[in-house]
Design a protein around this ligand. Structure first.
Ligand code: MSP
Length: 502
């Protein structure tokens, strides 16, 4: 059995989860659900990033201790993921003992390798980014390029990770793995970053207490990124002597936003090289979800609560929108008009309409009992093409294109019904064959759409009379044409996706 380990970034707990966080988490959920359909042994990890100055400041502002504060926010992420039907296998918090143990182990290995050294640092720092910037990276008036807010001047004794030593090694490693970072244009940006020269980066603070102490010098606590990145190792028991780590490492996919590529695709592989740990297999780099033309973030004050959207449009309508609206890797603009427009066109008018039509005609013309698909149906080829393309696109972390491929089968099935107009014919073998084809197409659509819309797919599965769970089907076998079980009772039910008016 193939094993598949995928991760989301761990989210800062200075604020409650918003649509920007939900975006990456839903995409990772759908990709890992696809791998479960393929029969892979999956581990899907998400969690929260709880140390550092930004969190300390948020706790101070709330008049709480940092532990108490993070204990109050971390469960909100876990609850939001439950409500969004995220099937994560683990939820890591950087305040857990298992995480501290892994960070300590990784730090010690890099220190022993001679790649961590003490130095004095003076520089301009953006607290929301938890990152130093050089003058040429900053806008006029020392504005952070991401948050458009003034950076602060810091000077202190820090330990540094000697990233500058890794330039050639990183370029060499990536040159042998042209698909390590997808989509390609995002990977090229990273290679450009490395080629433009790498600066050593600070990994510790003495002015901060809210963090994990360095094992060889406890006056210092680990700077956020060394701490945060290691979560991917802690969750699989790095350094704890169990076999978990051997089973799951290296990770198959790190799903990350384009704002954190430097840390994930430059710092992280260098840290792992230093520590003698195998590097991740792939990074899938996403764009931003914008609101009013700006990145949705707490700092910009333009956040949308994903749970409100579920109330408006339904869970699967929302998940579908997030997955289908924008090709992964590009920025997408969130608007209510866009959300409702996509819901009405793809879900109400296409999928929902197909389900309602099939159930109505089978009810009237076939006594509500499903009929057999034709072996030589023109839809058989459409289904095979849809499956092949859907699989190819999920395989390269392109949910919007995967769903587009699945929707081709929905459109072909609607067109097949319109060409044959079974509702105008007399009941009989011709009608039975057309409806059998449509039921079979719906069976395959239910499977292929299940990573995006688990509940709706199960509802379709049951309405066409299939037994068991759609998510227990295994691909590619289950996508082969002709497996619909004739004689099953077909249920009409309420509209799957009632049209929504703006
Ligand atoms: N804690 C760090 C990540 C450490 S990972 C070892 C962090 N946290 S964050 O909460 O600020 O954002 C994490 C990720 O959330 C982003 O990289 C991105 O994947 C996702 N997003 C947050 N806002 C987003 C949008 N507006 N749009 C798309 N994704 C966004 O950075």
């Amino acid at each position: 059995m193939t094993r598949f380990y995928a991760t989301t970034p761990i989210y800062y707990v200075n604020a409650e989860p918003h649509l920007g966080h939900a975006y990456t988490t839903i995409i990772g959920d759908a990709i890992t659900r696809w791998h479960r359909l393929l029969g892979d042994d999956v581990k899907y990890l998400t969690g929260t990033d709880e140390h550092g100055l930004k969190i300390q400041q948020a706790a101070d502002a709330a008049n709480m201790g940092p532990q108490e504060f993070t204990d109050s926010i971390a469960p909100k992420f876990a609850e939001a993921w439950t409500r969004l039907n995220i099937a994560n296998d683990d939820f890591i918090r950087t305040t857990e003992p298992r995480h501290k143990a892994a960070v300590t182990e990784l730090l010690q290995r890099c220190y022993d390798a001679g790649d961590i050294e003490l130095d004095t640092f003076a520089g301009k720092y953006c607290v929301p980014c938890e990152e130093y910037y050089t003058d040429d990276e900053l806008g006029e008036g020392d504005l952070c390029p991401i948050h458009q807010r003034q950076v602060e001047y810091f000077e202190e004794e820090n330990y540094f990770f000697r990233l500058s030593r890794f330039e050639d090694r990183l370029l060499d490693w990536y040159s042998k793995r042209p698909n390590a970072m997808i989509p390609e244009h995002r990977g090229n940006e990273v290679l450009g970053l490395i080629k433009s020269g790498l600066r050593d980066f600070s990994i510790s603070r003495t002015s901060l207490e809210w963090g994990i102490p360095l094992p060889w010098d406890s006056k210092h606590v680990t700077y956020v990124w060394f701490d945060a990145l290691t979560n991917y190792l802690s969750a699989v028991g790095f350094g704890d002597g169990t076999d978990e780590y051997k089973k799951w490492w290296p990770v198959d996919y790190h799903l990350i936003g384009k704002d954190i590529v430097r840390q994930h695709c430059v710092y992280w592989p260098a840290m792992l090289m230093s520590a003698g740990v195998e590097l991740p297999k792939q990074w899938a780099i996403g764009g931003w979800l914008l609101s009013g033309g700006e990145k949705m973030s707490k700092t910009s004050g333009n956040v949308v609560n994903p749970l409100d959207l579920i109330d408006d449009i339904g869970l699967d309508g929302f998940r579908y929108y997030v997955l289908a609206e924008t090709p992964y890797g590009s920025d997408g603009d969130f608007t209510y008009e866009g959300l409702v427009g996509r819901y009405n066109s793809d879900l109400a008018n296409n999928l929902g309409n197909l389900m309602a039509r099939v159930a109505t005609v089978v009810g009237k013309m076939c006594d509500g009992i499903g009929t057999a698909p034709a072996g030589d149906s023109p839809l058989a080829e459409a289904a095979a093409t849809a499956f092949a393309e859907t699989a190819a696109q999920w395989g390269i972390a392109q949910p919007s294109r995967a769903l587009e491929a699945t929707w081709q089968l929905i459109r072909a099935t609607n067109a097949h019904l319109e060409t044959n107009e079974p509702w105008k014919s007399e009941p009989g073998p011709d009608v039975d064959a057309v409806m059998g084809d449509a039921l079979e197409a719906l069976r395959i659509v239910a499977i292929l759409a299940s990573p995006a819309m688990p509940e709706t797919s199960q509802a379709i599965w049951e309405r066409i009379g299939m037994t068991g769970n759609v998510i227990d089907q295994r691909l590619p076998a289950a996508a082969a044409w002709g497996q619909y079980a004739p004689g099953s009772t077909v249920i009409k039910g309420d509209a799957l996706f009632p049209r929504i008016k703006l």
